[in-house]
Design a binder for this molecule. Structure first.
Ligand code: BES
Ligand code: MN
Ligand code: ZN
Length: 488
């Protein structure tokens, strides 16, 4: 998408669709009034009929016959003061309504939003427009991308141009990153294998000088003692890969933030096989890895002066004669032994070795992102990602980044009281807790491998994709992570 920020005169600006707003009393925004005048009061008269919903974010599309706009989309604004959530809804619904046109101009930055500046507003508009136009077309013969490719954001005054431009840049990069993550997520497991992810990482490094990629194969992982990681891939014909993407935007001496993504390209459960219902959705079990790819792409767009390492723990979890069995005991790279009581609790097994490996980068902070537990979906549903951290400052920064972008996380407890559920009679620990607090005990398991650095864990089992008629990857939590890394 090509975005621009301009001071525009709606009565002269040619476009397929102008996006304006009307408040609860049908009073139009500044440019809306100009357009209404130009149409001889037609927009006002149409609004009086009452077809536009009263909830903020409701939209009504009106075709115009005369004037420079082919159409006008009227979006309902709230009362005189708009909340951030209301504005975000307006941005998202208007983007969805105009994605079928080839270009659009948004006049929504004329509104004022509680506790937010023009840059924030522009960021939401660009993020929404980028997200709305995503479509997975690779495997459908006749599917075409949405036509919307040009999107202008109007500034009321010249002095707003700079902040609006800055906001657009960040929002657009967050959308690009999210859509990269969605594309990888929506790809079926027979295409998106650990090897495929490795080749994508190599291709990205080839295109960008600030990025380098290295891939640890099975042999190298064996040499490093990654017995937990390899216990997951050994039941599959697909070889595993531990992929490292190193973005160097800062000084060589700047400590990196390390992102670690769970990259199970298909999770059948292994010998503890899953029931058939919705098993196809386990192609999304690489959602954490996809978000790492998304973040790296967004960073390459924005080129911030920071260092970030993206690690992807890629493997397929399958049952076979060579697969791990319940009761098997493996030794992790940390030296700790793990009794595998359930082969379907495989994410923590690949992650614990990847997290040990992450320590080698002398990180400022490590954040792992994983579709880790069904229990997290029970606890939080689909709106919030579960957040755990051994450092309160890090937790707060991530929560704030989620609030800013509307890609929210909710903090969960990592209390010592939960740890004993992982005690094993035969090894240093077992890979599952009891029936209760499954998301918490999974996080507790990971916490045993992250003592040497500031660490946060995001359980995105509920937020990474949607089921049902709208089935598809969401690209979360790319906006949150990019926002955090930019330190805004
Ligand atoms: N990838 C799943 C978690 C998952 C399940 C995410 C359903 C989203 C929807 C993970 O590997 C898994 O199977 N976890 C088990 C853990 C259990 C065996 C302790 C689960 O959540 O049931
Ligand atoms: Mn599993
Ligand atoms: Zn899994």
């Amino acid at each position: 998408m090509q975005f621009s920020a301009k001071v525009l005169d709606i009565s002269k600006q040619r476009t397929a669709c102008s996006i304006i707003s009307a408040d609860v009393k049908n009073s139009l925004s500044h440019s809306g009034k100009s357009l209404d005048k130009l149409t001889g009061g037609m927009i006002g008269k149409i609004l009086k009929r009452g077809d536009l919903g009263t909830k903020p974010g409701s939209t009504q599309l009106i075709d115009l016959i005369e004037g420079p706009s082919d159409r006008v989309l009227v979006v309902r604004a709230g009362k005189s003061s708009l909340t951030q959530a209301e504005f975000r809804k307006m941005a998202m619904n208007s983007a969805t309504a105009v994605k079928k046109f080839k270009d659009a101009v948004s006049y929504l930055c004329e509104l004022d939003v509680d506790g937010a500046d023009k840059s924030w507003q522009a960021q939401q508009i660009a993020l929404a427009a980028g997200l709305a136009t995503y479509r997975f077309t690779q495997c459908q013969t006749d599917a075409k991308p949405y036509p919307l490719t040009k999107f202008a954001v109007h500034a009321l005054e010249r002095k707003q141009l700079k902040p609006i431009q800055a906001g657009i840049e960040v929002g657009a990069a967050q959308a690009v990153g999210s859509n990269v993550a969605r594309e990888l997520g929506d790809m079926p497991g027979n295409f998106c294998t650990p090897n495929y992810l490795a080749s994508e990482a190599r291709a990205l490094a080839k295109k960008h000088t600030k990025l380098s990629t290295s891939v640890l194969d099975e042999k190298k992982m064996k040499a490093l003692g990654m017995g937990a990681f390899l216990s997951v891939s050994k039941g599959s014909d697909q070889p595993p890969a531990l992929i490292a993407m190193n973005y160097k935007g800062g000084k060589a001496s700047d400590k990196p933030v390390v992102l670690v993504g769970k990259g199970i390209t298909f999770d059948s459960g292994g010998i503890s096989i899953k029931p058939g219902q919705s098993m196809d959705e386990m192609k999304y079990d690489m959602g954490g890895a996809a978000s790492v790819f998304g973040v790296m792409n967004a960073l390459l767009e924005l080129q911030p002066a920071i260092n970030v390492v993206g690690l992807v723990a890629a493997a397929e979890n399958m049952p076979s004669g060579g697969a791990s069995k319940p009761g098997d005991i493996v030794t992790s790279m940390s030296g700790k032994t793990i009794e595998i009581l359930n082969t379907d609790a495989e994410g923590r097994l690949v992650l614990c070795d990847a997290l040990t490996y992450a320590g080698k980068f002398k990180p400022r902070a490590v954040i792992d992102i994983a579709t880790l537990t069904g229990a997290c979906v029970i606890a939080l549903g689909h709106h919030a990602s579960g957040l755990y951290a051994n450092n309160e400052k890090l937790a707060k920064e991530l929560i704030k980044a989620g609030e800013t972008t509307g890609d929210r996380a909710w903090q969960m407890p990592l209390w010592d009281e939960y740890q004993p559920s992982l005690d094993s009679n035969f090894a240093d620990m077992q890979n599952i807790g009891g029936r209760e607090a499954g998301s918490v005990t999974a996080a507790c398991f990971l916490s045993r491998f992250t003592k040497d650095y500031n660490w946060a864990h995001m359980d995105i089992a509920g937020s990474a994709w949607k089921s049902g008629a709208a089935k598809g990857a969401t690209g979360r939590p790319v906006p949150l992570l990019v926002e955090y890394l930019l330190g805004k």
